[in-house]
Design a protein around this ligand. Structure first.
Ligand code: G4P
Length: 284
């Protein structure tokens, strides 16, 4: 595995989050709705558990809505509220304010009981790269803001942003790398585009994806690529990749076929797909 969450990175990110926790009332943890498990960072989860926090399932326009509903239920059962969002098309942002206010209702009532008028709710967004933090921040702030946390090696001051939903947002801390102990998590992150394509072999990612589609989204797979049952049954997934390569007219350029499949998935040609299934992460 080329990409590693080095202990140094981990500690730095952990400390940055921990330092800022005391400055905010609530943490908005942003995940990719296609990967509500794989795009979370378990190390950060432990820290933010000390604080009120909500999960934002962003890119919900790309995810399977049925599975998104299952994930929301799953998080709720674990005691964490979540909402789905499509920041790219500006859908669902109003729900963030409602949920924050409901999560902080005791505090808000206390302020109001004590006649505190200009209280300001303070929040911090965290999430691994590519889950859509900048897009969300830009929507909430109403203009383009550079998310300092996305740039490696930049020393930065804490930066408060005024939002149009009446909360002050602390700029996201340094780069919060994903944690990849399980190679499947790496495959899924590569498939979503969160990990640079150079790091993984496209055929590994495509075979992983085809295998997942065969198990969970067989109809979508068959329809999109006009596959017969005989193309799928009694064949291994690498054989299916070869069949598809022939169908695409790429002959034995399996790398090209693999890249096409990955691209098709990212562009929704195979429909909305969620690659993390609640309770099944280790079985696919
Ligand atoms: P980051 O700060 O967490 O690293 O993520 P960023 O906002 O830069 O978003 C990463 C990519 O994800 C961007 O695409 C962005 O447009 C896209 N994105 C963000 N939110 C959503 C969403 O809710 N739905 C969808 N479908 N996409 C979303 P990009 O390819 O880098 O740029 P572009 O396509 O916008 O030009």
């Amino acid at each position: 595995m080329v990409l590693q969450w080095y202990p140094g990175h981990m500690n730095k990110a952990k400390n940055q989050v921990q330092d800022r926790l005391k400055l905010v009332d609530i943490v908005l943890e942003i995940v990719d709705a296609r990967l509500p498990f794989s795009s979370r960072n378990p190390v950060l989860e432990q820290i933010i558990d000390q604080k009120k926090h909500i999960i934002i399932l962003n890119k919900s326009d790309l995810a399977d809505p049925k599975v998104t509903a299952d994930w929301k239920l799953n998080f709720e059962q674990e005691g964490t509220k979540s909402i789905e969002l499509d920041a790219k098309h500006n859908k669902g942002l109003g729900k963030i304010k409602t949920l924050i206010r409901s999560e902080l209702s005791e505090k808000i009532e206390r302020y109001e009981r004590n006649g505190v008028k200009n209280y300001q709710i303070k929040a911090m967004c965290i999430g691994i790269p590519n889950v859509g933090k900048s897009t969300i921040l830009n929507r909430l702030v109403g203009k383009n803001v550079a998310v300092t946390g996305n740039k490696p090696g930049v020393t930065k001051n804490q930066n408060w942003l005024k939002t149009n939903i009446g909360i002050d947002l602390l700029d996201t801390p340094g780069i919060l790398w994903p944690k990849i102990d399980d190679p499947k998590v790496g495959m899924k992150l590569a498939l979503s585009g969160a990990i640079k394509d150079k790091i993984y072999e496209p055929d590994d990612v495509a075979i992983y994806a085809l295998n997942f589609m065969e198990t969970h989204y067989m109809d979508q797979l068959q329809e999109t690529y006009k596959l017969d049952k005989s193309d799928i049954f009694n064949h291994t997934t690498p054989e299916l990749l070869m069949t598809l390569s022939q169908k695409f007219g790429y002959n034995d350029d399996y790398d090209r076929a693999a890249r096409r499949i990955i691209d098709d998935i990212r562009k929704l040609k195979l429909g909305r797909v969620t690659f993390d299934v609640p309770g099944e992460f280790y079985e696919e």
